[in-house]
Write a protein that binds this ligand. Structure first.
Ligand code: HEC
Length: 108
């Protein structure tokens, strides 16, 4: 009897592993970050504002790459002015927004 149960469970395991890999394949990127930064619906934002509303084109964030608590600061601006939900620091969205902000570092 037990082996009858084991097989479907095994299949389920394999399928869920594949789905895990499919999600892992989605990687954070500067481009995704740029889109999210300009989106009025970033992380369930309800205020009708995007990050770009106050930081147009990332203006004023050129030194933010130095910020030791960049994810925390991004979440403060999401929960505050955007009236959205704080993002998990390891989420694709947060990592992408951080990559975008770091890309604003002036190049010499
Ligand atoms: C209503 C205006 C407003 C909106 C919208 C807004 N911010 Fe801010 N943000 C501020 C203000 C004000 C500060 C603090 C002043 C400063 O540091 O220049 C700040 C500071 C920051 C900083 C810290 C800058 C530094 O040098 O360390 C980051 C990073 C940041 N915001 C990112 C974002 C992101 C990402 C979004 C979108 C989720 C966003 N902000 C949306 C007003 C806003």
């Amino acid at each position: 009897m037990k082996s009858v149960l084991c097989f479907p469970l095994f299949i389920l395991l394999i399928v869920s592993m594949h789905m895990g890999w499919a999600f892992a394949a989605e990687k954070p990127s500067i481009e995704k970050g740029r889109l999210l930064f300009n989106s009025q619906s970033l992380s369930g934002a309800t205020s009708g504002k995007s990050c770009a509303e106050c930081h147009p084109g990332g203006a004023g964030l050129e030194n933010a790459w130095k910020n030791q608590n960049l994810a925390g600061q991004v979440n403060t601006c999401i929960a505050g002015p955007l009236k959205g939900l704080k993002l998990d620091e390891n989420s694709i969205e947060m990592q992408s927004v951080i990559m975008y902000i770091r890309s604003l570092k002036p190049q010499h």
